[in-house]
Design a protein around this ligand. Structure first.
Ligand code: HEB
Length: 443
Protein backbone atom coordinates (compact mmCIF):
# COMPACT_ATOMS: atom_id res chain seq x y z
CA UNK A 1 0.00 0.00 0.00
CA UNK A 2 2.43 2.65 1.20
CA UNK A 3 6.07 2.45 2.05
CA UNK A 4 7.03 1.49 5.60
CA UNK A 5 7.77 4.58 7.62
CA UNK A 6 8.42 4.18 11.35
CA UNK A 7 7.34 7.77 12.06
CA UNK A 8 4.00 7.32 10.35
CA UNK A 9 3.33 3.97 12.02
CA UNK A 10 4.41 5.32 15.39
CA UNK A 11 1.97 8.18 14.98
CA UNK A 12 -0.89 5.91 13.95
CA UNK A 13 -0.24 3.52 16.83
CA UNK A 14 0.08 6.30 19.42
CA UNK A 15 -2.99 8.06 18.05
CA UNK A 16 -5.03 4.87 18.12
CA UNK A 17 -3.97 4.09 21.67
CA UNK A 18 -4.76 7.59 22.86
CA UNK A 19 -8.09 7.73 21.05
CA UNK A 20 -9.11 4.47 22.72
CA UNK A 21 -7.68 5.37 26.12
CA UNK A 22 -9.42 8.76 26.09
CA UNK A 23 -12.86 7.13 26.16
CA UNK A 24 -12.07 5.34 29.40
CA UNK A 25 -9.95 7.99 31.05
CA UNK A 26 -12.60 10.66 30.39
CA UNK A 27 -15.22 8.53 32.12
CA UNK A 28 -12.65 7.62 34.76
CA UNK A 29 -12.18 11.28 35.65
CA UNK A 30 -15.82 12.33 35.30
CA UNK A 31 -17.99 9.55 36.68
CA UNK A 32 -16.74 9.70 40.34
CA UNK A 33 -18.17 13.21 40.54
CA UNK A 34 -21.61 11.93 39.56
CA UNK A 35 -21.39 8.96 41.90
CA UNK A 36 -20.46 11.31 44.74
CA UNK A 37 -23.33 13.68 43.95
CA UNK A 38 -25.82 10.81 43.78
CA UNK A 39 -24.68 9.39 47.11
CA UNK A 40 -24.64 12.81 48.73
CA UNK A 41 -28.19 13.59 47.61
CA UNK A 42 -29.20 10.11 48.74
CA UNK A 43 -27.89 10.80 52.22
CA UNK A 44 -29.27 14.34 52.44
CA UNK A 45 -32.76 13.41 51.29
CA UNK A 46 -32.68 9.93 52.69
CA UNK A 47 -33.62 8.76 49.20
CA UNK A 48 -32.85 5.12 48.40
CA UNK A 49 -33.10 5.73 44.65
CA UNK A 50 -30.08 7.99 44.72
CA UNK A 51 -28.19 5.46 46.82
CA UNK A 52 -28.92 2.81 44.25
CA UNK A 53 -27.84 5.18 41.48
CA UNK A 54 -24.48 5.60 43.20
CA UNK A 55 -24.13 1.84 43.56
CA UNK A 56 -24.97 1.06 39.97
CA UNK A 57 -22.86 3.84 38.52
CA UNK A 58 -19.95 2.64 40.68
CA UNK A 59 -20.35 -0.86 39.26
CA UNK A 60 -20.07 0.44 35.72
CA UNK A 61 -17.23 2.68 36.75
CA UNK A 62 -14.95 -0.19 37.85
CA UNK A 63 -15.20 -1.70 34.38
CA UNK A 64 -14.11 1.51 32.67
CA UNK A 65 -11.28 1.89 35.19
CA UNK A 66 -10.09 -1.65 34.45
CA UNK A 67 -9.88 -0.97 30.71
CA UNK A 68 -8.29 2.41 31.39
CA UNK A 69 -5.51 0.71 33.32
CA UNK A 70 -4.65 -1.57 30.41
CA UNK A 71 -4.69 1.17 27.78
CA UNK A 72 -2.84 3.53 30.12
CA UNK A 73 -0.09 0.95 30.51
CA UNK A 74 0.02 0.63 26.72
CA UNK A 75 0.62 4.38 26.48
CA UNK A 76 3.45 4.32 29.01
CA UNK A 77 5.05 1.51 27.04
CA UNK A 78 4.59 3.18 23.69
CA UNK A 79 5.94 6.50 24.92
CA UNK A 80 9.35 5.05 25.60
CA UNK A 81 9.39 2.51 22.76
CA UNK A 82 8.06 4.69 19.96
CA UNK A 83 9.36 8.10 21.02
CA UNK A 84 12.80 7.38 22.54
CA UNK A 85 14.39 10.70 21.57
CA UNK A 86 11.51 12.66 22.96
CA UNK A 87 11.55 10.64 26.16
CA UNK A 88 15.23 11.35 26.60
CA UNK A 89 14.52 15.06 26.93
CA UNK A 90 11.16 14.58 28.63
CA UNK A 91 12.56 11.98 31.00
CA UNK A 92 14.80 14.60 32.57
CA UNK A 93 12.36 17.45 32.59
CA UNK A 94 8.83 16.18 32.92
CA UNK A 95 9.23 12.73 34.46
CA UNK A 96 8.07 14.04 37.85
CA UNK A 97 4.37 14.26 36.88
CA UNK A 98 4.71 11.03 34.90
CA UNK A 99 5.70 9.27 38.12
CA UNK A 100 3.18 11.14 40.19
CA UNK A 101 0.46 10.00 37.85
CA UNK A 102 1.15 6.38 38.76
CA UNK A 103 1.10 7.35 42.40
CA UNK A 104 -2.25 9.14 42.04
CA UNK A 105 -3.63 6.10 40.30
CA UNK A 106 -2.67 3.77 43.17
CA UNK A 107 -4.20 6.19 45.61
CA UNK A 108 -7.44 6.07 43.62
CA UNK A 109 -7.42 2.30 43.21
CA UNK A 110 -6.87 1.58 46.91
CA UNK A 111 -9.73 3.78 48.06
CA UNK A 112 -11.98 2.57 45.25
CA UNK A 113 -11.49 -0.96 46.54
CA UNK A 114 -12.40 0.07 50.07
CA UNK A 115 -15.38 2.11 48.84
CA UNK A 116 -16.83 -0.76 46.86
CA UNK A 117 -16.63 -3.21 49.75
CA UNK A 118 -18.11 -1.02 52.45
CA UNK A 119 -21.53 0.03 51.14
CA UNK A 120 -23.56 -0.98 54.18
CA UNK A 121 -20.78 -1.08 56.74
CA UNK A 122 -21.03 2.32 58.33
CA UNK A 123 -23.82 3.54 60.57
CA UNK A 124 -22.95 7.05 59.53
CA UNK A 125 -23.36 6.92 55.76
CA UNK A 126 -21.28 10.06 55.35
CA UNK A 127 -18.17 8.03 56.18
CA UNK A 128 -18.77 5.88 53.14
CA UNK A 129 -19.17 8.98 51.00
CA UNK A 130 -15.94 10.39 52.42
CA UNK A 131 -14.13 7.35 51.03
CA UNK A 132 -15.09 8.53 47.58
CA UNK A 133 -13.20 11.79 47.99
CA UNK A 134 -9.76 10.16 47.64
CA UNK A 135 -11.12 8.21 44.64
CA UNK A 136 -12.29 11.37 42.89
CA UNK A 137 -9.16 13.19 43.98
CA UNK A 138 -6.91 10.40 42.71
CA UNK A 139 -8.69 10.33 39.36
CA UNK A 140 -8.50 14.10 39.07
CA UNK A 141 -4.87 14.21 40.10
CA UNK A 142 -3.80 11.57 37.59
CA UNK A 143 -5.67 13.56 34.95
CA UNK A 144 -3.90 16.68 36.17
CA UNK A 145 -0.41 15.17 36.10
CA UNK A 146 -0.71 13.69 32.65
CA UNK A 147 -2.28 16.86 31.30
CA UNK A 148 0.72 18.86 32.53
CA UNK A 149 2.90 16.56 30.40
CA UNK A 150 0.76 17.32 27.39
CA UNK A 151 0.91 21.01 28.28
CA UNK A 152 4.70 20.73 28.38
CA UNK A 153 4.79 19.32 24.83
CA UNK A 154 2.73 22.30 23.68
CA UNK A 155 4.48 25.02 25.68
CA UNK A 156 7.84 23.63 26.86
CA UNK A 157 9.35 25.35 29.87
CA UNK A 158 11.77 24.58 32.67
CA UNK A 159 14.98 23.65 30.82
CA UNK A 160 17.62 24.91 28.41
CA UNK A 161 18.59 22.90 25.38
CA UNK A 162 21.76 24.03 23.65
CA UNK A 163 23.60 21.86 21.12
CA UNK A 164 21.79 18.85 22.42
CA UNK A 165 22.83 19.53 26.03
CA UNK A 166 20.15 19.97 28.67
CA UNK A 167 20.80 22.43 31.48
CA UNK A 168 18.85 24.36 34.09
CA UNK A 169 16.23 21.68 34.55
CA UNK A 170 13.28 22.70 36.69
CA UNK A 171 10.55 20.04 36.82
CA UNK A 172 8.12 22.27 38.72
CA UNK A 173 8.33 24.96 36.06
CA UNK A 174 7.95 22.27 33.41
CA UNK A 175 4.75 21.09 35.10
CA UNK A 176 3.28 24.54 35.53
CA UNK A 177 3.91 25.57 31.95
CA UNK A 178 1.65 28.20 30.35
CA UNK A 179 -0.60 25.55 28.77
CA UNK A 180 -1.36 23.78 32.05
CA UNK A 181 -4.07 26.04 33.60
CA UNK A 182 -6.48 26.24 30.66
CA UNK A 183 -5.79 22.72 29.47
CA UNK A 184 -6.36 21.28 32.91
CA UNK A 185 -9.58 23.19 33.43
CA UNK A 186 -10.92 22.37 29.96
CA UNK A 187 -10.03 18.69 30.26
CA UNK A 188 -11.70 18.37 33.69
CA UNK A 189 -14.79 20.30 32.76
CA UNK A 190 -15.27 18.44 29.48
CA UNK A 191 -14.75 15.10 31.26
CA UNK A 192 -17.52 15.94 33.75
CA UNK A 193 -19.71 17.13 30.90
CA UNK A 194 -19.15 14.00 28.84
CA UNK A 195 -19.67 11.62 31.75
CA UNK A 196 -22.92 13.39 32.62
CA UNK A 197 -24.08 13.20 28.98
CA UNK A 198 -23.26 9.48 28.76
CA UNK A 199 -25.19 8.72 31.96
CA UNK A 200 -28.07 10.98 30.86
CA UNK A 201 -28.17 9.21 27.50
CA UNK A 202 -28.54 5.83 29.20
CA UNK A 203 -31.32 7.11 31.47
CA UNK A 204 -33.14 8.75 28.56
CA UNK A 205 -32.87 5.56 26.56
CA UNK A 206 -34.38 3.56 29.41
CA UNK A 207 -37.30 5.96 29.67
CA UNK A 208 -37.84 5.77 25.91
CA UNK A 209 -37.92 1.99 26.18
CA UNK A 210 -40.86 2.34 28.53
CA UNK A 211 -39.14 1.98 31.89
CA UNK A 212 -41.12 4.48 33.85
CA UNK A 213 -39.80 3.97 37.35
CA UNK A 214 -38.94 7.28 38.99
CA UNK A 215 -35.37 5.95 39.45
CA UNK A 216 -34.62 6.60 35.75
CA UNK A 217 -36.09 10.10 35.96
CA UNK A 218 -33.89 10.91 38.92
CA UNK A 219 -30.87 9.57 37.05
CA UNK A 220 -31.77 11.71 34.06
CA UNK A 221 -32.39 14.78 36.16
CA UNK A 222 -29.13 14.64 38.09
CA UNK A 223 -27.01 14.03 35.02
CA UNK A 224 -28.75 16.69 32.93
CA UNK A 225 -28.27 19.35 35.59
CA UNK A 226 -24.57 18.47 35.81
CA UNK A 227 -24.39 18.47 32.00
CA UNK A 228 -25.91 21.93 31.85
CA UNK A 229 -23.52 23.45 34.38
CA UNK A 230 -20.51 21.77 32.78
CA UNK A 231 -21.56 22.68 29.23
CA UNK A 232 -21.46 26.32 30.24
CA UNK A 233 -18.16 26.02 32.10
CA UNK A 234 -16.57 24.01 29.26
CA UNK A 235 -17.48 26.73 26.78
CA UNK A 236 -16.24 29.52 29.05
CA UNK A 237 -12.96 27.71 29.70
CA UNK A 238 -12.70 26.86 25.98
CA UNK A 239 -12.76 30.59 25.37
CA UNK A 240 -9.79 30.96 27.74
CA UNK A 241 -8.03 28.12 25.90
CA UNK A 242 -8.45 30.20 22.75
CA UNK A 243 -6.75 33.12 24.49
CA UNK A 244 -3.96 30.82 25.64
CA UNK A 245 -3.45 29.68 22.02
CA UNK A 246 -3.40 33.25 20.71
CA UNK A 247 -0.57 34.05 23.08
CA UNK A 248 1.54 30.88 23.10
CA UNK A 249 0.60 28.83 20.03
CA UNK A 250 -0.79 31.34 17.53
CA UNK A 251 -0.09 28.97 14.63
CA UNK A 252 -2.51 26.42 16.09
CA UNK A 253 -5.30 28.95 16.44
CA UNK A 254 -4.58 30.33 12.96
CA UNK A 255 -4.70 26.83 11.46
CA UNK A 256 -7.95 26.09 13.29
CA UNK A 257 -9.48 29.22 11.78
CA UNK A 258 -7.78 29.18 8.36
CA UNK A 259 -6.48 32.57 9.30
CA UNK A 260 -3.63 33.30 6.89
CA UNK A 261 -2.99 37.02 7.24
CA UNK A 262 -2.29 38.91 10.43
CA UNK A 263 -5.17 41.36 10.66
CA UNK A 264 -7.25 43.28 13.14
CA UNK A 265 -11.00 42.66 13.50
CA UNK A 266 -10.58 39.03 12.48
CA UNK A 267 -13.70 36.98 11.81
CA UNK A 268 -14.34 33.42 12.86
CA UNK A 269 -14.88 30.90 10.09
CA UNK A 270 -17.31 28.04 10.43
CA UNK A 271 -17.19 25.10 8.03
CA UNK A 272 -16.32 25.83 4.39
CA UNK A 273 -13.60 24.42 2.17
CA UNK A 274 -10.16 25.61 1.07
CA UNK A 275 -9.36 25.85 -2.62
CA UNK A 276 -5.87 25.29 -4.04
CA UNK A 277 -4.91 28.96 -3.44
CA UNK A 278 -5.90 28.71 0.19
CA UNK A 279 -9.01 30.79 -0.39
CA UNK A 280 -11.85 29.96 1.97
CA UNK A 281 -15.12 29.08 0.23
CA UNK A 282 -18.68 28.35 1.36
CA UNK A 283 -17.88 29.17 4.96
CA UNK A 284 -20.01 30.97 7.50
CA UNK A 285 -18.16 34.06 8.71
CA UNK A 286 -18.83 35.60 12.08
CA UNK A 287 -17.31 39.08 12.07
CA UNK A 288 -14.94 40.02 14.91
CA UNK A 289 -15.49 36.66 16.61
CA UNK A 290 -11.90 35.44 16.14
CA UNK A 291 -10.50 38.66 17.61
CA UNK A 292 -12.83 38.19 20.56
CA UNK A 293 -11.86 34.54 20.98
CA UNK A 294 -8.16 35.42 20.78
CA UNK A 295 -7.99 38.60 22.85
CA UNK A 296 -11.43 39.46 24.16
CA UNK A 297 -11.93 42.61 22.10
CA UNK A 298 -13.42 42.91 18.57
CA UNK A 299 -10.65 45.17 17.24
CA UNK A 300 -7.57 43.25 18.32
CA UNK A 301 -4.99 41.85 15.96
CA UNK A 302 -4.80 38.10 15.39
CA UNK A 303 -1.58 36.54 14.11
CA UNK A 304 -1.97 34.69 10.81
CA UNK A 305 -0.15 31.71 9.36
CA UNK A 306 1.88 34.03 7.09
CA UNK A 307 4.14 34.73 10.08
CA UNK A 308 5.34 31.13 10.07
CA UNK A 309 7.34 29.21 7.45
CA UNK A 310 4.96 26.90 5.63
CA UNK A 311 6.74 23.74 6.80
CA UNK A 312 5.82 24.75 10.34
CA UNK A 313 2.10 25.05 9.63
CA UNK A 314 -0.09 22.52 11.40
CA UNK A 315 -2.24 20.45 9.03
CA UNK A 316 -5.15 22.67 8.00
CA UNK A 317 -7.76 19.96 8.48
CA UNK A 318 -7.68 20.79 12.19
CA UNK A 319 -10.24 23.45 11.24
CA UNK A 320 -12.92 20.78 10.93
CA UNK A 321 -11.94 19.17 14.24
CA UNK A 322 -12.20 22.49 16.00
CA UNK A 323 -15.56 23.26 14.36
CA UNK A 324 -16.89 19.84 15.28
CA UNK A 325 -15.92 20.28 18.93
CA UNK A 326 -17.42 23.75 19.13
CA UNK A 327 -20.62 22.73 17.31
CA UNK A 328 -21.17 19.78 19.63
CA UNK A 329 -20.40 22.02 22.60
CA UNK A 330 -23.16 24.42 21.50
CA UNK A 331 -25.56 21.55 20.94
CA UNK A 332 -24.94 20.11 24.41
CA UNK A 333 -25.40 23.49 26.06
CA UNK A 334 -28.61 23.97 24.07
CA UNK A 335 -30.33 20.68 24.87
CA UNK A 336 -29.30 20.65 28.52
CA UNK A 337 -30.67 24.19 28.80
CA UNK A 338 -33.98 23.13 27.21
CA UNK A 339 -34.25 20.24 29.65
CA UNK A 340 -33.48 22.34 32.71
CA UNK A 341 -35.79 25.10 31.54
CA UNK A 342 -38.73 22.77 30.87
CA UNK A 343 -38.22 21.00 34.16
CA UNK A 344 -38.16 24.31 35.98
CA UNK A 345 -41.31 25.57 34.24
CA UNK A 346 -43.12 22.46 35.52
CA UNK A 347 -46.03 23.02 33.12
CA UNK A 348 -44.12 21.65 30.15
CA UNK A 349 -43.21 18.01 29.71
CA UNK A 350 -39.44 17.63 29.68
CA UNK A 351 -39.80 13.90 29.07
CA UNK A 352 -41.13 14.32 25.54
CA UNK A 353 -39.82 11.92 22.92
CA UNK A 354 -37.87 14.30 20.67
CA UNK A 355 -35.96 15.78 23.61
CA UNK A 356 -35.25 12.33 25.03
CA UNK A 357 -33.83 11.22 21.68
CA UNK A 358 -31.65 14.32 21.53
CA UNK A 359 -30.40 13.48 25.02
CA UNK A 360 -29.65 9.92 23.88
CA UNK A 361 -27.53 11.38 21.09
CA UNK A 362 -25.68 13.66 23.51
CA UNK A 363 -23.69 10.78 25.02
CA UNK A 364 -21.90 9.64 21.87
CA UNK A 365 -21.68 13.22 20.60
CA UNK A 366 -19.94 14.44 23.76
CA UNK A 367 -17.44 11.59 23.40
CA UNK A 368 -16.92 12.62 19.79
CA UNK A 369 -16.22 16.18 20.95
CA UNK A 370 -13.59 14.84 23.35
CA UNK A 371 -11.90 12.96 20.51
CA UNK A 372 -12.14 15.99 18.21
CA UNK A 373 -10.68 18.21 20.95
CA UNK A 374 -7.72 15.95 21.52
CA UNK A 375 -7.03 15.36 17.83
CA UNK A 376 -7.26 19.09 17.29
CA UNK A 377 -4.81 19.91 20.04
CA UNK A 378 -2.35 17.16 19.04
CA UNK A 379 -2.52 17.64 15.26
CA UNK A 380 -2.43 21.37 15.83
CA UNK A 381 0.94 20.96 17.56
CA UNK A 382 2.51 19.38 14.47
CA UNK A 383 5.20 19.34 13.12
CA UNK A 384 6.47 19.53 16.70
CA UNK A 385 6.54 16.87 19.35
CA UNK A 386 8.12 19.42 21.71
CA UNK A 387 7.06 22.74 20.31
CA UNK A 388 10.02 24.75 19.01
CA UNK A 389 12.61 22.16 20.08
CA UNK A 390 12.03 18.80 18.50
CA UNK A 391 9.89 17.68 15.59
CA UNK A 392 7.75 14.57 15.73
CA UNK A 393 9.96 12.92 13.12
CA UNK A 394 13.05 13.62 15.23
CA UNK A 395 11.41 12.19 18.31
CA UNK A 396 10.39 8.89 16.77
CA UNK A 397 11.96 5.48 16.77
CA UNK A 398 13.69 4.07 13.69
CA UNK A 399 12.68 0.52 14.52
CA UNK A 400 11.52 -1.72 11.70
CA UNK A 401 8.63 -3.40 13.46
CA UNK A 402 6.18 -0.71 14.37
CA UNK A 403 3.67 -2.00 11.81
CA UNK A 404 3.61 -5.41 13.49
CA UNK A 405 3.09 -3.72 16.84
CA UNK A 406 0.25 -1.72 15.37
CA UNK A 407 -1.57 -4.88 14.22
CA UNK A 408 -1.04 -6.56 17.59
CA UNK A 409 -2.38 -3.58 19.46
CA UNK A 410 -5.42 -3.36 17.18
CA UNK A 411 -6.21 -6.95 18.16
CA UNK A 412 -5.74 -6.06 21.83
CA UNK A 413 -8.10 -3.08 21.62
CA UNK A 414 -10.77 -5.04 19.79
CA UNK A 415 -10.64 -7.71 22.49
CA UNK A 416 -10.76 -5.05 25.21
CA UNK A 417 -13.67 -3.22 23.60
CA UNK A 418 -15.69 -6.39 23.10
CA UNK A 419 -15.05 -7.60 26.65
CA UNK A 420 -15.85 -4.21 28.17
CA UNK A 421 -19.16 -4.01 26.34
CA UNK A 422 -20.03 -7.63 27.18
CA UNK A 423 -19.23 -7.22 30.86
CA UNK A 424 -21.13 -3.92 31.05
CA UNK A 425 -24.20 -5.44 29.36
CA UNK A 426 -24.10 -8.46 31.64
CA UNK A 427 -23.74 -6.36 34.75
CA UNK A 428 -26.74 -4.21 33.95
CA UNK A 429 -28.98 -6.39 31.81
CA UNK A 430 -29.00 -9.38 34.11
CA UNK A 431 -29.68 -7.20 37.07
CA UNK A 432 -32.16 -4.53 35.96
CA UNK A 433 -33.00 -1.62 38.22
CA UNK A 434 -36.55 -2.78 38.78
CA UNK A 435 -35.42 -6.15 40.10
CA UNK A 436 -32.73 -4.64 42.28
CA UNK A 437 -35.22 -2.19 43.76
CA UNK A 438 -37.52 -5.04 44.57
CA UNK A 439 -34.73 -7.09 46.08
CA UNK A 440 -33.75 -4.23 48.32
CA UNK A 441 -37.35 -3.59 49.28
CA UNK A 442 -37.40 -0.09 47.80
CA UNK A 443 -40.62 1.29 46.32
FE1 HEB B 1 -12.52 22.28 23.53
C1 HEB B 1 -9.11 21.57 23.28
C2 HEB B 1 -11.89 25.58 22.71
C3 HEB B 1 -15.91 22.91 23.67
C4 HEB B 1 -13.07 18.97 24.58
N1 HEB B 1 -10.82 23.37 23.07
C5 HEB B 1 -9.53 22.89 23.00
C6 HEB B 1 -8.67 23.95 22.61
C7 HEB B 1 -9.44 25.07 22.46
C8 HEB B 1 -10.79 24.71 22.76
C9 HEB B 1 -8.97 26.48 22.05
C10 HEB B 1 -7.15 23.82 22.38
C11 HEB B 1 -6.41 24.03 23.67
C12 HEB B 1 -4.94 23.81 23.52
O1 HEB B 1 -4.43 23.43 22.49
O2 HEB B 1 -4.23 24.05 24.53
N2 HEB B 1 -13.69 23.95 23.25
C13 HEB B 1 -13.24 25.20 22.94
C14 HEB B 1 -14.38 26.10 22.86
C15 HEB B 1 -15.50 25.36 23.15
C16 HEB B 1 -15.04 24.00 23.38
C17 HEB B 1 -14.31 27.57 22.55
C18 HEB B 1 -16.91 25.89 23.28
C19 HEB B 1 -17.91 25.40 22.45
N3 HEB B 1 -14.18 21.14 24.01
C20 HEB B 1 -15.46 21.59 23.96
C21 HEB B 1 -16.35 20.50 24.29
C22 HEB B 1 -15.57 19.40 24.55
C23 HEB B 1 -14.19 19.82 24.38
C24 HEB B 1 -17.86 20.61 24.35
C25 HEB B 1 -15.95 18.01 24.96
C26 HEB B 1 -17.05 17.60 25.46
N4 HEB B 1 -11.30 20.56 23.85
C27 HEB B 1 -11.74 19.34 24.34
C28 HEB B 1 -10.60 18.49 24.57
C29 HEB B 1 -9.46 19.23 24.19
C30 HEB B 1 -9.93 20.54 23.75
C31 HEB B 1 -10.63 17.09 25.14
C32 HEB B 1 -7.99 18.77 24.25
C33 HEB B 1 -7.36 19.14 25.57
C34 HEB B 1 -6.91 20.58 25.62
O3 HEB B 1 -7.56 21.38 26.36
O4 HEB B 1 -5.99 20.96 24.94
Amino acid sequence: MFEYDPVLYSRILTGLTLAFHTIFSTLGVGVPLLIALAEWIGIRRNDEHYHLLARRWARGYIITVAVGVVTGTAIALQLSLLWPNFMQVAGQTISLPLFLETFAFFFEAIFLGIYLYTWDRFKNKMIHLLLLIPVALGATMSGFFITTVNGFMNAPLGFNLENGVLTGINPIMAMFNPATPTKMAHVLSSAYLTSACVLAAIAAFMILRGRNHVYHKKALHLSMVVAFVCAISTALIGDLSGKYLAKYQPEKLAAAEWHFETVEEASLILGGILDENNEVKYALEIPYALSILAHGTPGSEVIGLEEFPEEQWPPLVVHYLFDLMVAIGMFLAFISFIYVFMKWRKKSNELNKPLLWLIVSSGPLAMLAIEAGWFFTEEGRQPWILRGYMTTAEGATTSGYVDVMLYLFIVLYVILAVSAVTVLRRTFKENPVERELEKRGIE
